[in-house]
Design a protein around this ligand. Structure first.
Ligand SMILES: [Zn+2]
Length: 132
């Protein structure tokens, strides 16, 4: 992958990488659908030693990000279902619930990645120094 693409915050968010070096993983287990380890994060980046738990309760703010993401997903699902079925309530409920519940683990992790990316910026020098 090109280095310009890797330097984008979106790269760190969608691949759940350290916001500072974009190399270390934010979560210990990569698969978000292993629910027992969904929220398990190392305290520090294994590559650049950036602090992932900046203060007690740091990730409470990620709930707002999760809410925003869920709203965006709900609006997209609503308009898609409306296009095919109009105002039928059953397809709306079925698609909304299954998609929002089905995407919950991904939503949860991306919300945390967005949250930490608001406070930590990419540092190309640190990323270059890390030999991974
Ligand atoms: Zn790092």
């Amino acid at each position: 992958m090109s280095s310009i693409l890797k330097s984008l915050k979106l790269y760190s968010i969608f691949f759940c990488k350290c916001p500072r070096c974009h190399k270390g993983d934010l979560f210990t287990v990569k698969n978000p659908y292993k629910l027992k380890t969904l929220d398990v994060m190392p305290k520090r980046c294994p590559v650049c030693n950036a602090d992932f738990v900046r203060e007690a309760g740091f990730y409470y703010g990620a709930m707002m990000m999760s809410h925003a993401l869920t709203t965006i997903i709900a609006v997209i699902v609503h308009f898609t279902v409306f296009y095919f079925w109009g105002w039928e309530i059953a397809p709306h409920l079925i698609f909304l619930l299954s998609i929002i519940i089905g995407l919950f683990p991904v939503n949860f992790r991306i919300a945390r990645a967005i949250w930490i990316n608001l406070f930590v910026s990419y540092d190309p020098k640190i990323s270059k120094d890390a030999n991974h």
